[in-house]
Design a protein around this ligand. Structure first.
Ligand SMILES: [Fe+2]
Ligand SMILES: [Fe+2]
Length: 293
């Protein structure tokens, strides 16, 4: 079993002052419409995935002994609750644009997560949580590294939501992993959970963006389809090295150093949460520390 490497960590539950208004476009990154749909598809999964992660982590709490880890898991639950509530507000705007089939997709997600909870062991569900968090950590690193490419010039309200979410995914990278290690610790199960969670959530995200792109006439457009493949390849190539590292038996999330940008974000957030909720997407590469000092 992996040792305790500078964990548990102290987490902060933040209530960000985002403004989600009806004028947010489905193609909130006008220069990258397919990327916008792909992010929207992922966002649709959050109000189903994250409550499932929360319920799973609540169930493991009685098995944990270390008071600091128990506190970390409670704070993790607080952060995830904020994530899905903010995503739900954004999703409501997307849904208000008239994508009728999203309702059926949401029912599928609700049913599948409740199936997993009712028919699979807590060990499986916790391995799913730890596995999903491994992917979220690597995705967070990629989003931050590529922030100018992926979010440059886009609608600040959406870019700020996604970047906030993944700054916190990086911040709470150890919570589910350490809870799984403390309660079960079996390597092969954790590996299985990582594969299962990654494929499961990508499946639903993909269904979501296909619904939107079909309705908007983008799915039949050859250039759009090529761009979707291009973004998917870029995403997979971007997350692969760290995701593969997370699959090693000796891996611990603290082996992956946090990006400088996310560290700066955390440092300035208390004083500058309004600015962080409305990032200047034309200046994403400027170090946060120099802008909000
Ligand atoms: Fe989250
Ligand atoms: Fe998370």
């Amino acid at each position: 079993m992996t040792g305790n490497r500078n964990t548990p960590r102290t987490l902060v539950v933040r209530r960000m002052p985002f403004t989600f208004e009806d004028d947010i476009s489905v193609q909130w990154n006008a220069a990258r419409p397919e990327w916008s749909y792909m992010v929207n598809g992922a966002s649709l999964t959050m109000p189903y995935l994250e409550p499932y992660l929360i319920r799973t982590m609540k169930k493991v709490l009685p098995q944990l002994q270390d008071p600091a880890l128990i506190q970390e898991v409670k704070d993790y639950i607080g952060q995830e609750a904020q994530h899905y509530q903010q995503h739900r507000k954004f999703n409501d705007i997307i849904k208000s644009k008239g994508y009728d089939q999203i309702e059926a997709l949401e029912k599928q997600m609700l049913d599948e997560f409740s199936y997993l909870e009712q028919n699979k062991s807590l060990k499986f569900n916790l391995a799913y949580a730890a596995g999903f968090e491994s992917m979220a950590l690597t995705l967070g690193h990629w989003l931050i590294k590529q922030r100018a490419y992926l979010f440059g010039g886009s609608d600040s309200r959406v870019a700020s939501l996604i970047l906030w979410h993944f700054v916190e995914e990086i911040e709470h990278k150890c919570a589910a992993f350490d809870a799984y290690q403390a309660a079960y610790g079996q390597y092969w199960h954790r590996l299985y959970g990582t594969f299962f969670a990654a494929i499961h959530i990508m499946k639903f995200s993909r269904r979501g963006y296909i619904i939107m792109m079909k309705k908007d006439g983008e799915w039949g457009n050859i250039r759009s389809r090529i761009n979707v493949i291009k973004y998917n390849l870029r995403f997979l190539a971007g997350i692969a090295p760290k995701l593969l590292h997370s699959m090693l038996p000796s891996h611990h999330p603290t082996d992956i150093d946090d990006p400088q940008w996310s560290k700066e974000w955390l440092k300035v957030h208390k004083k500058h949460d309004a600015e962080l909720a409305h990032l200047d997407t034309n200046n994403l590469m400027t170090p946060i520390g120099t802008r909000f000092s």
